[in-house]
Design a protein around this ligand. Sequence first.
Ligand SMILES: [Zn+2]
Length: 208
Amino acid sequence: MIRNHPARGGWIEVVCGPMFSGKSEELIRRMRRAEIAGQRVLIAKPQIDDRYDISHVVSHSGHRLRAVGVGEAANILSVVEGCQVVGIDEAQFFDDAVVEVALTLANQGLRVIAAGLDTDFRAEPFGPMPELLARAEIVDKLQAVCHRCGGAATRTQRLVDGKPAPFGGDTIQVGALDAYEARCRQCFEPGPDVCAEPAAESRLLARN
Ligand SMILES: [Zn+2]
């Protein structure tokens, strides 16, 4: 594996993969290492994700690190003043400006570590992630264990009432094990390609 961190100046790292692949855990691990080295670190995350704890990034395994909830990506610039390492969790939920923010910080000499889903439940590239991946110096695509066959899972299967979610459904649904599974390419089941009916939408909301 060829992996050289730039000797000076800033850079961008992206940790991506499906749900349950340990992205937040890996982000927390890297941030803690930097903290132990005496560097000033901060994690920004979209305000939308309020599961478990609003002021922390919490991995599914329960590891946690303090984080600041940010509404718009552009606001990240003001909250990370004085930091040397900036983590961006759930980067796929941020608006496209998150790419410019990451570039600005890296150009200012900061280390930026963005973690997020590279694809949505349709297995399509997710929000600003494709561009972040292209702009990054270092990319890690993590794999989960396929809930069906135990193979290497690269996709997030969204299930509604136990069946593959229709492609017309909302992309954003912050959830846990009951609504999502990690699946490999063979076990991934595309949902029906229909627009979600209002009734189905309100049922989804009720489940949250
Ligand atoms: Zn599988």
